[in-house]
Design a protein around this ligand. Structure first.
Ligand code: BMP
Length: 271
């Protein structure tokens, strides 16, 4: 695949969306393709994890609807940390409704996601109206969107034709707002991709220890994601914040994944 041989730095100019550019710039500057998912119960715990791992990551992924103590001040602190520690904020909201509803969910309610999240994501199941509804809100703010083209969980229905149609839906929407995919593989196949097009492929389901969990999650190593499958960003949750041994252990584990991910990337582009 043409993209997998290019350094992140050379892909910046292939994008117009400010969030896509920012992600690639940070990856290059901080030498990291690691995103940490902070799926803990409280906003205050999440901030603690972020303070520990922030310098090792290009992106922090949140599920703010998990927090029992979500407030506006969490958002203020998160944005402040994103500037200090140089990372992008990705709210893993997985929108899945008609355009009108998602535009309200994205801009309003308690969370007002569009106000603070650089990046969010959506399922393609409702059709292109979901992209139109979200882009109406997010594009003027310079936000980016990922479509879920594949999932890491066992028995996922996002395979084959669904995955391919998702790619085509993104391609038709254009890259001013849709900047890539949540996927397990380089789904922007070289026979589908057009000259000068570039997408960011971000893969969850990454772990150096366990092979999965009891609820269908399946893990691959950073190497498998980046070299074998051509992913650009590895997303790690429990493998990092769930490590035993206290604050320093979490920090060290993030560095371990950062180094693994970066080594694999350097090997990939040197092929
Ligand atoms: P963990 O590394 O602890 O298994 O967490 C994975 C994270 O990635 C979770 O936040 C989950 O919602 C998300 N995720 C996933 O695991 N698989 C997908 O296909 C898409 C996801 O967003």
């Amino acid at each position: 695949h043409p993209t997998t041989l290019l350094p992140y730095s050379e892909r910046i100019k292939l994008h117009t969306n400010p969030t896509a550019k920012k992600i690639l710039e940070i990856m290059d500057r901080k030498k990291t393709n690691l995103a940490v998912s902070v799926d803990v119960n409280t906003a205050s715990e999440a901030l603690e994890v972020i303070r520990r791992v922030g310098s090792s990551v290009c992106m922090v992924k949140t599920h703010v609807d998990i927090f029992e103590d979500f407030t506006e001040s969490f958002v203020e602190e998160l944005v402040k940390l994103s500037k200090e520690l140089d990372f992008v904020i990705f709210e893993d909201r997985k929108f899945a409704d008609i355009g009108n509803t998602v535009s309200l969910q994205y801009s309003s309610g308690i969370h007002k996601i569009a106000n603070w999240a650089d990046l969010t994501n959506a399922h393609s199941v409702p059709g292109p109206g979901i992209i139109a509804g979200l882009s109406k809100i997010g594009e003027p703010l310079g936000r980016g969107l990922l479509l879920l083209a594949e999932m890491s969980s066992k028995g996922s229905l996002a395979v084959d034709g669904y995955t391919e149609e998702t790619f085509k839906m993104a391609q038709e929407a254009g890259r001013s707002f849709v900047i890539g995919f949540i996927a397990q593989n380089r789904i922007d196949k070289s026979d589908l991709i057009k000259d000068g097009e570039d997408y960011l492929i971000m893969s969850p389901g990454v772990g150096l220890g366990a092979k999965g969990d009891s609820l269908g999650q399946q893990y691959r190593t950073p190497r498998e994601c980046i070299i074998d499958s051509g992913s650009d960003v590895i997303i790690v949750g429990r493998g990092i914040y769930g490590i035993k041994g206290g604050e320093q252990a979490v920090k060290d584990e993030a560095e371990r994944y950062r180094i693994e991910g970066w080594k694999a990337y350097e090997e990939r582009i040197s092929k």
